[in-house]
Design a protein around this ligand. Structure first.
Ligand code: NI
Length: 170
């Protein structure tokens, strides 16, 4: 079953910081797992998916911010932020919080270093949506959801939206 269920806000795995992934030990399982992750992300119409969102505490995430047009797939294993610059206040959502969106300030440009699916260390530079996705997915690997970054005084409407949206989650 390639399309996996996506974990939702309130499930413990989404609050768990993932330990570094041992690429050499894990590379045999990686191709099948990545196939499932791409299928799950596309089926849910997301632009990114982190391993905890399919219930796994692995430091692994995928991003494709151009699902409709020319695909630009990124596999991030043990990603680390190299630099963050600028500021952009834009709407954000998450497959683990379906139906919930909020404006959130993020850095406008991000440079990240990560192993790709072949174990090669790569640097990914993103602006706008890609920068946002890089920060969002790395947060997942640290056990953080985007709502955790919303300032306390702005959180009430978001908590209300979650309460309502939750009724429709699987
Ligand atoms: Ni997310």
């Amino acid at each position: 079953m390639p399309v996996r269920r996506i974990t939702k806000h309130g499930e413990k795995v989404l609050k768990t910081a993932c330990p570094p992934l041992d690429y050499a030990a894990f590379k045999g399982e990686l191709p099948d797992l990545l196939k499932d992750m791409w299928a799950s992300m596309q089926s849910a119409r997301g632009v990114g998916l982190a391993a905890p969102q399919i219930g796994l505490t692995l430091r692994l995430a995928i991003i494709d911010v151009k699902p409709e047009g020319k695909s630009e797939r990124h596999v991030l294993i043990n990603p680390e932020i190299v630099s963050l610059e600028g500021e952009l206040n834009d709407e954000e959502g998450c497959l683990s919080l379906p139906g919930v969106y909020s404006k959130l300030k993020r850095h406008a440009r991000a440079r990240v270093r990560a192993l790709d699916e072949n174990g090669v260390l790569r640097e990914i530079y993103g602006e706008g949506l890609l920068a946002r996705a890089l920060q969002h997915e790395i947060d997942h690997l640290d056990g953080k959801l985007f709502i955790d970054r919303i300032p306390f005084e702005e959180r009430l409407p978001v908590l209300d939206a979650i309460k309502k949206a939750k009724l429709g989650w699987d």
